[in-house]
Every structure is written in structure tokens, then in C-alpha cells.
Design a protein around this ligand. Structure first.
Ligand SMILES: Cc1cc2nc3c(=O)[nH]c(=O)nc-3n(C[C@H](O)[C@H](O)[C@H](O)COP(=O)(O)OP(=O)(O)OC[C@H]3O[C@@H](n4cnc5c(N)ncnc54)[C@H](O)[C@@H]3O)c2cc1C
Length: 387
């Protein structure tokens, strides 16, 4: 059986999920019917290879699906993005123990398991900046016992398993797959947040949770790169970019519709036909279309690249992520300015404005990406002047 994506199955599943989520209309709420709709549409199988019973989608299909969902509901798309980046990178990373990869693939296919990565902690700060986990893994007979608390674990109520990072008492940083049905696991609500309120980004509390040896992904020394290679970071960055691009594109559609329908005053002119509004709509469109071109291009190149060449595309994925998230921030800000008072009222345009800000917090962060671009510029120029 081929591992290439079946475009008809992907399109059918997406259409089914979009229709269901539009009918649920979760707004700012987390509704368990949303992940259930993803599963019943078959979309949770998107990035499982076809020969493992999945839809065989790679990064281009993930980008297409997540951006389409983001235009319907940012929170729903973000929740599904977390599952998507874990499953997609699972099959493109070198460092996974084969039996563990097979188990995860099996529970996704046979038990409709939804997955995520729980790395962030309240006190240690962003793991993307090298924050060390306070969560502790202590050696035990046949595995480890993990104790700690992870924050911002998206779609926490719906998850079956999560990748969890922990400082290993005997040395190093361990990365484990924790079955969230294990004893000692507690799922608590998250904090009140500006946006993405329906993403159920909660607190995962682990109290002496036993994790057997065969759920260990790997242990690395602090400060060392992820032994699984570039795929986990690349999938995460592209998935986040797609979600927020979709949030911006949803706001573009909503505000355009609104501007066509709205005829204030004597009713002779639609807001959409006012020259100043045209400039704003054009600015929204230019930012979002540029971001889509960059993101789709890098997703296609990632898919076409041989494994070893993919490391060279990580900076380009960072470019796509900062371009898409900043385009979404610009687009939703302009949309709110266009819609004036009506846009300020609680609703889709106002929610998109709040949701879009979340993308700025996810790695790769703007300052890290821009410093990386600068380093490359300076290094290349120095090398040229020496050569
Ligand atoms: C909606 C949403 C969903 C999320 N879902 C998940 C999830 O499912 N799983 C998960 O693990 N995480 C998740 N996160 C967490 C996210 O990925 C970040 O890791 C987390 O927000 C920590 O970053 P921070 O900026 O809040 O924290 P901090 O690291 O405390 O940073 C605070 C501020 O200081 C700056 N800063 C920190 N260190 C440095 C430094 N060394 N140099 C310069 N500036 C620095 C930061 O840029 C930031 O501006 C989610 C976040 C959001 C908003």
C-alpha cells in the first residue's frame, strides 16, 4: 500500500469535520464534541501513514487542514494541531524506539487516541529557551515514577497520552510517553487566558505516575539538541503557523462579508467600497497571502527533501511561523479597525483578534527566529569577505 496521502479522503474528512464544528459553534468554550467530531470524521488519522491505516498526510496536507480548521475555530484547530504535530513527526523522526512508535500508531488507529506534548511548566519558563523541567523522574523497578505539573497542555480533557519531559534523578532530561489513564494522573483546568479559551490548555498533574521502560523516548544531557532530529520542532512550527494563518484568513472572510453587508448612514455605500477600507482589506490580504505562500512552499520542500536535507529547512519553517503568526496579528487588528464598534462586540472578529495573539507565544518565538536570520546573514557576509 502506498504511503502517499489520498486527497479525496483528506478532503472528505475535512469537510465533515468543518461542518460538524460549525454546527457545534464552540465560540470561546471547550466542547468535547469538537475532538469527537475530529475523530468521527477520521481526521485524527491524517498523518498516520497509509500502510498503518491512516490517511497518509504529510506536512503539506497538515498545513492545508489546520489552516482550514483555523478559519472556523482557532481553538479547535490548535487542539488538533497538537495531535497532528506529534503524529506527523513520529514517523519522520529518527530517535523513536520502534515498538513505542508502533504502540502510539496502534492506539491512534484502533482506540482513536489523541496525543500532545506536555513540556511547559509554570516556573521553569519556555522549554524552547532551554528551561529545565522541575518535573522529576525517579528510577523504579521496570521504569520510572514521575512527579510534577505541566501547564498549557492543550486539549487536556481529550488526550489519551502525552509526551512528557522530566529531569531524571540519575542524570539528564528524559522524554516519556505517559498514558493519561495511569493512576496518579490528574487533569486540571488551565488559567483564564486572553485567547484560545476553547483550547482547554490545562494543567497536567503527575503524582508518582509509573511509566514503564518501554515508554521512554530517550534521555539527553541538558543543553543538547533533541536526538530525534529536526522533525518535532519543524512539525510543531508549521502546525502552529497553519492554525494562526487560518485564524487570520477566517477574520479576512468575516470582515469582508461584514463590510459588504454593512451600509451605515443613508445606506447608499457599503463599507467595503470605501477607499480607506479598501486599503485596510488590501493590507490584510497581502499579509495573509504572503504568509500562505511562504508556509506552503516550505511544507512542500520539507515533504520533498530527503531526511538528511531537512535540517536545512528548519530556519525556513521558523520564517513561515513568524510570518504567519504576525500576519494573523496584523489581519485581526485591521479587521477590528474596519469593523469599528460592531467589531468590538463579542463575536468572531473580536475572538480572532484575541486568539491570534496566542501564536506569538508559541515557539519558535520572534526574537529567536530573527536572531537566527541575523546570525546567518552576518556569518555568510563574513565568509564572503574572507573568501
Ligand atoms: C494557547 C496556548 C497553548 C499552548 N499549548 C501548549 C501545549 O499543549 N504544550 C506545551 O508544552 N506548551 C503549550 N503552550 C506553551 C507555549 O508553547 C510556551 O512554551 C509557554 O507559553 C512558555 O513561554 P512563555 O513566553 O509564556 O514563558 P517564559 O519562558 O516565562 O517567558 C516569559 C517572557 O520572557 C521571555 N524570555 C524568557 N526567556 C528568555 C530568554 N532567555 N531570552 C529572552 N527572552 C526570554 C519570553 O519570550 C516571554 O516574553 C501553549 C501556549 C499557549 C498560549
Amino acid at each position: 500500500m502506498s504511503n502517499a496521502a489520498d486527497p479525496t479522503r483528506v478532503a472528505d474528512s475535512l469537510a465533515q469535520a468543518v461542518e460538524a464544528i460549525e454546527a457545534i459553534d464552540p465560540g470561546d468554550r471547550y466542547d468535547p464534541a469538537v475532538p469527537a467530531a475530529i475523530v468521527s470524521s477520521g481526521l485524527h488519522l491524517l498523518c498516520l501513514p497509509a500502510d498503518s491505516g491512516g490517511l497518509g498526510g504529510g506536512l503539506p496536507e497538515a498545513v492545508a487542514v489546520l489552516s482550514a480548521l483555523g478559519a472556523v475555530s482557532g481553538s479547535a484547530a490548535l487542539g488538533f494541531a497538537m495531535h497532528t504535530h506529534v503524529v506527523g513527526s513520529l514517523y519522520e523522526s529518527s530517535g523513536w524506539p520502534a515498538p513505542l512508535r508502533a504502540w502510539l500508531g496502534r492506539i491512534v488507529r484502533d482506540e482513536s487516541a489523541l496525543l500532545n506534548s506536555a513540556a511547559t511548566e509554570e516556573d521553569s519558563g519556555s522549554p524552547a529557551r532551554g528551561g529545565l523541567p522541575a518535573t522529576l523522574a525517579v528510577d523504579a523497578e521496570g521504569g520510572v515514577r514521575i512527579t510534577g505539573e505541566k501547564t498549557w497542555t492543550t486539549w487536556l480533557p481529550a488526550l489519551r497520552a502525552a509526551q512528557v519531559t522530566a529531569t531524571v534523578a540519575s542524570g539528564g532530561i528524559g522524554n516519556y510517553v505517559v498514558d493519561l489513564t495511569s493512576s496518579g494522573v490528574e487533569r486540571l483546568p488551565g488559567f483564564d487566558a486572553l485567547g484560545m479559551r476553547g483550547s482547554a490548555s490545562g494543567r497536567l498533574v503527575l503524582k508518582d505516575v509509573f511509566v514503564p521502560d518501554d515508554r521512554l523516548i530517550g534521555v539527553r544531557e541538558a543543553g543538547q539538541p533533541d536526538p530525534r532530529g529536526p522533525a518535532p520542532g519543524a512539525w510543531f512550527g508549521a502546525a502552529v503557523a497553519a492554525v494562526y494563518l487560518g485564524v487570520g484568513e477566517g477574520a479576512r472572510r468575516d470582515v469582508t462579508r461584514w463590510a459588504i453587508d454593512r451600509r451605515p448612514g443613508d445606506g447608499s455605500t457599503a463599507v467595503a467600497d470605501l477607499p480607506t477600507i479598501g486599503v485596510r482589506l488590501g493590507r490584510i490580504d497581502a499579509a495573509l497571502r504572503s504568509a500562505r505562500i511562504v508556509l506552503e512552499d516550505v511544507a512542500r520542500r520539507w515533504q520533498a527533501a530527503a531526511g538528511a536535507e531537512r535540517g536545512g529547512l528548519v530556519a525556513e519553517i521558523g520564517l513561515a511561523k513568524v510570518t504567519a503568526t504576525n500576519a494573523a496579528v496584523l489581519a485581526t487588528d485591521e479587521a477590528l479597525r474596519i469593523a469599528g464598534g460592531p467589531g468590538f462586540l463579542a463575536g468572531r472578529i473580536e475572538r480572532a483578534f484575541r486568539d491570534a495573539r496566542g501564536g506569538l507565544i508559541n515557539p519558535p518565538l520572534d526574537d529567536i527566529a530573527y536572531q537566527g536570520f541575523a546570525r546567518r546573514l552576518v556569518d555568510d557576509e563574513r565568509a564572503r569577505s574572507l573568501g
